[in-house]
Design a binder for this molecule. Structure first.
Ligand SMILES: [Zn+2]
Length: 312
């Protein structure tokens, strides 16, 4: 196995970018800074007094109604899931993320710009070994017909199913396995999606203020409103896998196991992660030296898209 996958990583240099918050509509500057080994992923609200920090862990999830939000020390940080997914697949274990507003910018509604930002930052190996969470017994969380299930496997794999009663969506299932190229090519560009009637209702209640066709796929009753159509024919289920990856990253460690997710959302994803990390005997910890190479993602994000307007 390649030595680099066994060690923790941080970003190589500080990077700064700016974008709109999906729900607040505010212009937000985001900085990613290198952090020491075992620091984890932490967000810091630079717009609040004393710059309170929130650790990106399932224990600190406070809201999942529209996106995944974490909170502690009098601060909340929203819409963290796409960035968490990008960090996870880029093997970034330790990073400090500074924000001058209440949420991570939405950019184009996908993880592609975030992978570009991480590419700009670079990923640097540290001198402390990584520890993975290995699923050792099945874990299931069900709510009505929705469920999330984890079973033991020798690598990381997700099978996701959605079913929306819309002529362009319907039932979509995708089985996706981690490897060096598939995330950038098959998942990262899938955008957030929503239905016009829900968007209008949210905006009338002061939510989704930054939402537009520039950062979401929006459906009316019959079709898609975005001029360019889909990026993938099954873009919706691909975006759900992206969201699940971001929520799973709140376990705080790379995961080894097979995950099956059916018609879930951020609430069920994060409830499952909380249950998983607190259930004794259902997972163990292992250093990557004993893991198959097929599990490990890349230490540098793959090439994705052109110049990124997000950079300030
Ligand atoms: Zn999303």
């Amino acid at each position: 196995m390649n030595e680099k996958y066994m060690m923790q990583h941080t970003v190589e240099r500080e990077v700064s970018c700016r974008g709109i918050g999906l729900h607040s509509g505010a212009k937000i500057v985001m900085k990613l800074r290198p952090a020491p080994p075992n620091f984890g992923v932490r967000f810091r609200r630079m717009d609040l007094g004393h710059h309170p920090a929130v650790v990106a862990h399932a224990h600190y999830v406070v809201n999942t109604s529209l996106a995944t939000s974490i909170g502690a020390n009098g601060a909340t940080v929203s819409t963290i899931e796409h960035l968490m997914a990008a960090l996870y697949v880029s093997s970034v274990d330790n990073v400090l993320i500074e924000l001058d507003g209440p949420e991570v910018p939405i950019f184009d509604g996908s993880a592609a710009p975030l992978l570009e930002i991480l590419r700009e930052a670079g990923v640097k190996e540290q001198n402390v070994r990584r520890e993975c969470m290995v699923i050792t017994r099945p874990v299931l969380l069900r709510e009505g017909e929705a469920f999330v299930k984890a079973t033991p496997a020798d690598h990381f794999q997700v099978r996701y199913t959605i079913d929306f009663p819309h002529p362009l969506v319907g039932k979509q299932t995708l089985l996706w396995s981690f490897n060096e190229t598939t995330f950038g090519r098959e998942i990262a560009r899938a955008r957030t999606f929503g239905f016009l009637k829900d968007v209008e209702r949210m905006q009338s209640h002061g939510l989704a203020q930054g939402g537009s066709l520039a950062n979401a796929v929006v459906f009316d009753d019959f079709g898609i409103l975005n001029q360019g159509g889909f990026r993938y024919i099954d873009e919706c289920v691909r975006h759900k896998i992206l969201d699940f990856m971001g929520d799973l990253a709140l376990a705080g460690k790379p995961m080894i196991g097979r995950f099956e997710v059916h018609k879930a959302g951020h609430a069920l994803h994060t409830a499952f992660i909380k249950r998983l990390v607190s259930l004794p005997g259902h997972h163990s910890f292992s250093t990557p030296a004993y893991m198959p190479a097929s599990f490990f993602p890349f230490t540098n994000p793959p090439p994705l898209c052109g110049p990124n307007p997000a950079f300030s």
